[in-house]
Design a protein around this ligand. Structure first.
Ligand code: ADP
Length: 189
């Protein structure tokens, strides 16, 4: 069970990833959560990342790679995982391919990996994020994060689609309905 959860900010991927990871007893690995923990702890990486996060920009790829490589090598990740918020760019996806190949010895397209895209229209995303009220959830930053998503992360839909690893799910529905749909789509992976 190796799942990537993609989707614009506010699509509900964090919530769904948390519910499904608990139900399948695999770790939920959120790069946003890891980065926020580094910011709180004021580590060198956290200090570098914070400026980008506050502006709604992506943190440079090279800062994410070690984090993800170390986390996927932890023993609890051996049976599977849900990666939430990574990869977010094509270079990150290429890096993940190499890493999975290194860890499993299998080719990138043969690892059983599935990429879930949870999409929701922009006006609904903005309303959801404004009501959530995290530090980077002000209107200007939200607009920038959506733009960054459409420019840098959306290309991953065809990256995984071309390899027949994409599962597209409509996120503009009640939370429990989305969970049930994901459970059905991903069962047996
Ligand atoms: P969102 O709700 O916008 O999806 P996340 O909690 O996943 O937010 O991430 C928050 C911020 O952390 C992002 O706006 C970005 O600055 C940074 N971040 C998280 N994951 C990545 C990543 N894979 N690559 C670059 N930046 C990232």
């Amino acid at each position: 069970m190796q799942f990537i959860f993609m989707g614009p900010p506010g699509a509900g991927k964090g919530t769904q990833a948390q519910i499904l990871a608990a139900s399948w007893k695999i770790p939920h690995i959120s790069t946003g959560d890891i980065l926020r923990a580094c910011v709180v702890a004021q580590t060198a990486l956290g200090q570098k990342a914070q400026a980008y996060m506050d502006k709604g920009e992506l943190v440079p790829d090279e800062l994410l790679m070690d984090i993800v490589a170390e986390r996927l090598k932890e023993p609890d990740a051996a049976a599977g995982w849900i990666l939430d918020g990574f990869p977010r760019t094509v270079p990150q996806a290429t890096f993940l391919d190499k890493l999975l190949h290194e860890l499993s010895g299998k080719g990138a397209a043969n690892t059983g990996l599935k990429a879930v895209n949870l999409d929701v229209p922009d006006d609904i995303l903005v309303a959801r994020l404004l009501s959530r009220g995290r530090k980077d959830d002000n209107e200007e930053t939200i607009r920038r994060r959506l733009q960054v998503y459409r420019e840098q992360t959306e290309p991953l839909i065809s990256f995984y689609g071309d390899r027949h690893q994409l599962v597209a799910v409509d996120g503009d529905r009640a939370m429990a309905e989305v969970t049930a749909h994901l459970q059905q789509e991903l069962a047996g992976s």
